[in-house]
Structure formats: structure tokens, C-alpha cells
Design a binder for this molecule. Structure first.
Ligand code: SF4
Ligand code: SF4
Length: 242
């Protein structure tokens, strides 16, 4: 998921200072999980902005409707297209990915409006429901098969690929951050646990950062959205999850 935090309200207000009619669009994906753009947060910020004299149109997306996935978010943009046409600005309560997908879609409809982010995106985070940790930086050439399933690029403060830097503390913590486990201490421990400790001696090739030349592009066969949603419901029901 895209980890994210809310920008300070003063920054959002500064963006909107000369604007009267604002469309606020949330996100039913990561932004709902991180409380930065769910239906509740859209309503809360709308209320606060109304107190600042703004006219607000709220577009809260239900959970599972991702701003960044155009087949889903475009349905909501289409539904509120007149509001988008007549507004002074759009406030996106998603990550920067969702914002830019919606901006481009609006432009394809000849709607050119100032569009502002309410959040700061931080990168991929996993786990939950309360605590999330950054685990992967989307390097384009995954090393996990060679590092016992622990990412040294993300977990090691120096991104080292071939063992620890020499500064690992006696208690297995990182020299840079004593609160954090040394990535290579964890890799060594786990290799031992899975009976592959000899793999610690392998020399890994330097990382090919060419795979992160941006912006990257992917092409996939489009999914059938309605079929997939039906499938999700069926699987949940078959597992007896309430
Ligand atoms: S090596 Fe690390 S950063 Fe690269 S894809 Fe794998 S988990 Fe992600
Ligand atoms: S102590 Fe471990 S995690 Fe910290 S920088 Fe050195 S090798 Fe990386």
C-alpha cells in the first residue's frame, strides 16, 4: 500500500486561499486505510473548509474504489462532472498517484482546474491494522530470493547488498538507528532458521538501478472489474467472513 500522512491544514488552506468552490475527492484504497482520504476524512475536512467560507462538493469513494485505478475513479468523476466543470479547485485526498490519474482524466474531458494534494505519500508500506512498516521500494529487480525474504535495500539504512557494514551493535541493532534491527543481522538469523546459513557467503551483483529509471510504464491485460468484484464477494462469503 501507499503509506501516507495528511499535510498540515495550513498548507492546504494556503493552496485554496483564493478559491471559493472546491471539489474534494477522497480515495477508497490506501487513503482510507491510512485515514487520509476515506469518506469520514473527506467529510471532516469539508466541514472545516466550510467554516473557512468555502463551498464544498464532497466525493467520498467507498472502500475498495481506488483513485489511482481509472476504471473505478472515472465512474465517480463522470458522476460529478458538472461539479468539476464549475469548481475553482480540486482537493485530492489520495496519494500523488491518484491525484495525477484524476487530473489527466479531467484534462481528457477538457477540464483544466487547479488540483491540490491534501496528503504526503511516503512509499510502500505493509502490515496493519495499526502499525505499518516500509518494506519495499519497488526497485524493479527483487533481491528477496537471495536475502532470505528480507529486503536489504529498504531495511538496511545503507542499502547494503553484501552483508553488514561492520557497525552492527552487539544487540543486533543498526549503527545508524539503534531502535531498528540491522537488516543483515535479520537476514543471517533467518538464513540460519531455514537451514541455509551458507548462503550468507554469496556475493550479490551490484544492483541494477536502470530498472528504476522513471517514469516506468507497465502494460497489462485489463481486468473485468464487475467479474472481479463478484469474485471477491463470493470468496468472502465462501470463507464465512462476516
Ligand atoms: S529488492 Fe527490495 S526494493 Fe527491490 S523489489 Fe524486492 S523488496 Fe522491493
Ligand atoms: S548496521 Fe546493519 S542495517 Fe545498519 S547500516 Fe549497517 S548493515 Fe545496514
Amino acid at each position: 500500500m501507499m503509506g501516507q500522512i495528511r499535510k498540515p491544514f495550513e498548507e492546504i488552506l494556503e493552496y485554496l486561499k483564493d478559491k471559493k468552490k472546491i471539489v474534494i475527492m477522497g480515495c477508497g484504497g490506501c487513503a482510507t486505510i491510512f485515514h487520509t482520504g476515506g469518506i469520514k476524512q473527506v467529510s471532516e475536512i469539508a466541514e472545516t473548509l466550510r467554516k473557512e467560507g468555502k463551498e464544498i462538493v464532497e466525493i467520498g469513494l467507498p472502500f475498495g474504489v481506488f483513485c489511482c485505478y481509472l476504471p473505478m475513479s472515472s465512474m465517480f468523476v463522470d458522476k460529478y462532472i458538472e461539479e468539476f466543470k464549475s469548481c475553482d479547485a480540486v482537493l485530492m485526498m489520495s496519494c500523488g498517484d491518484g491525484l495525477q490519474v484524476v487530473r489527466k482524466y479531467l484534462e481528457s474531458k477538457n477540464i483544466f482546474k487547479p488540483i491540490y494534494p491534501s496528503n504526503n505519500a511516503l512509499g510502500f508500506f505493509g502490515e496493519g491494522p495499526e502499525e505499518f512498516l516500509e518494506k519495499c521500494q519497488g526497485c524493479g529487480e527483487c533481491k528477496l530470493g537471495k536475502t532470505a525474504g528480507i529486503c536489504p535495500l529498504t531495511q538496511c539504512a545503507k542499502g547494503l547488498l553484501n552483508g553488514p557494514c561492520g557497525g552492527t551493535r552487539e544487540n543486533g541493532k543498526c549503527e545508524v538507528d539503534p531502535e531498528k534491527d540491522c537488516a543483515w543481522y535479520l537476514i543471517y538469523k533467518r538464513l540460519k532458521e531455514i537451514g541455509k546459513v551458507e548462503e550468507i557467503k554469496r556475493i550479490n551483483e551490484p544492483h541494477n538501478w536502470n530498472k528504476t529509471v522513471r517514469p516506468r510504464k507497465l502494460k497489462v491485460e485489463p481486468i473485468n472489474l464487475h467479474e472481479k468484484l463478484k469474485e471477491t464477494r463470493e470468496v468472502i462469503e465462501s470463507l464465512g467472513i462476516k
